[in-house]
Ligand binder design. Structure first.
Ligand code: PBG
Length: 306
């Protein structure tokens, strides 16, 4: 395990001098671009050279307009970060849930159902706007079918052949995303007359199913994904191992918000030794076959590894 493998996720929002701790994720913050720059500087000193950005928009609407606007918060943050840190690998999460007034990852019709194919256009527009801002890699996390192909096509047509795609290929409908949805204000919620599904089970995967994950990964690689991802990590080590055995592209594992918060809560009570359990867990994820580790522990872990 080496700091080069680590990716640190960050939440960015509009404003100046904002650094607000996320209640359900002790030690993690919502940053405005200026405070994020300082944090990134410290991160690089710890030895981590990759970040994954999530935006918290000022306004949500039914077309997720801040997701794909060139003036969106992620686009702004990427531009500022890239100006200062030329060699930092900047990844962006591509999704609509935090930007939609209903909190789902795709476009909804009047019946409150996800319109898969209509969602692709907005997702590709979002990915393109991130690339235009200077992102090195886009990471679609929406789980719509066909998004990798669509995004790859749009990036290529616009001269961004060199921008990589890390696909959240095997993303399970997991209760471990709870704290993230609190952090990003992205939990699905009904609006007005439209009744909205309370969960993401129609597009994220059933956690009883291993073979579906292999099918999803195979499709995404065929569509042009450069890196495959399994998410969450801890309860899915078998999925990581199976993906590693079957496919020859780099494999990322995402230790998600709920996994982070469980450890922080137990450590705060003095029930476990944080450094020891984080090191042991992440080594388990590497042993299972992951090459890239996306974790809110990244900055601490890098320091411990040094
Ligand atoms: C957006 C997205 C989510 C996460 C990453 N991208 C939330 C979700 O699907 O509800 C979860 C990350 C975490 O829990 O740390 N779709």
């Amino acid at each position: 395990m080496h700091p080069d493998q680590l990716v640190m996720p960050y939440f960015v929002q509009a404003g100046r001098k904002v650094k607000t701790e996320i209640n359900s994720m002790p030690g993690q913050f919502r940053y405005s671009p200026d405070t994020l720059l300082k944090e990134v500087e410290a991160l690089q000193k710890s030895g981590v050279n990759s970040i994954l950005l999530f935006g918290i928009p000022a306004h949500k609407d039914s077309t997720a307009s801040e997701a794909w606007s060139s003036k969106g918060i992620v686009q702004q943050a990427v531009r500022e970060i890239k100006k200062r840190f030329k060699d930092l690998l900047v990844m962006t999460d591509v999704c609509l849930c935090a930007y939609m007034d209903h909190g789902h990852c795709g476009v909804l019709n009047r019946a409150g159902e996800i319109e898969n194919d209509l969602s692709l256009e907005l997702l590709s527009r979002t990915a393109l706007s991130h690339a235009e801002a200077g992102a090195d890699l886009v990471a679609p996390s929406d789980m719509m079918d066909g998004r990798v192909k669509n995004i790859r096509g749009v990036l290529d047509q616009n001269g961004f052949q060199d921008i990589s795609i890390m696909s959240y290929a095997a993303k399970y409908a997991s209760a471990f995303y709870g704290p993230f949805r609190d952090a990003a204000h992205s939990a699905p919620a009904s609006k007005g007359k439209i009744r909205v599904p309370k969960d993401r089970k129609t597009y994220q995967m059933d956690f009883a199913n291993l073979r579906e994950a292999m099918k999803e990964i195979a499709i995404d690689i065929k569509e042009g994904a450069d890196i495959m991802m399994v998410k969450p990590a801890l309860a899915y080590l078998d999925v990581i191992r199976e993906a590693r055995n079957r496919f020859d592209v780099p494999l990322a594992a995402y230790l998600v918000s709920g996994e982070y918060s469980m450890i922080k809560a137990a450590a705060a009570k003095g029930w476990v030794d944080e450094k020891a359990v984080v090191t042991e867990i992440m080594m388990g994820v590497v042993r299972a076959g992951a090459n890239i580790l996306i974790t809110y522990h990244a900055r601490d872990l890098a320091k411990w590894l040094q």
